[in-house]
Design a protein around this ligand. Structure first.
Ligand code: FES
Length: 103
């Protein structure tokens, strides 16, 4: 894998529709499998810092567990909720059976 990418999970760890907490150094990240494609966002809702990995994933919409802000997990863009901030996203790539994120 190209320099700058870090292995964070095996493809088989997440079925489509599932998400999982991963970390790169001290950065908290939620990794999601949407129909076989992998996406990653910072695992911190910008409203009151709730972990999005404890929320719900419905298609490409990830919902905060605390006050239910919704974001597009593919981009981190806010869809709806009590805030105006998007969530930072990470570039994800799959090579072989491993999911990598750009650090
Ligand atoms: S902490 Fe996420 S919507 Fe309030």
């Amino acid at each position: 894998m190209e320099e700058g990418f870090v292995a964070v999970a095996k493809v088989g760890e997440l079925a489509p529709g599932e998400m999982k907490f991963v970390a790169i150094e001290r950065e908290r990240i939620v990794l999601a499998n949407v129909d076989g494609s992998f996406y990653a966002l910072r695992d911190v809702c910008g409203h009151r810092n709730a972990p999005l990995s404890r929320g719900r994933l419905d298609g490409h919409v990830i919902e905060c567990p605390l006050h239910f802000a919704q974001f597009d997990v593919r981009t981190g863009k806010l869809i709806d909720g009590p805030i105006s901030a998007d969530v930072p996203s990470y570039e994800a790539r799959v090579e072989g059976d491993t999911v990598y994120l750009r650090r």
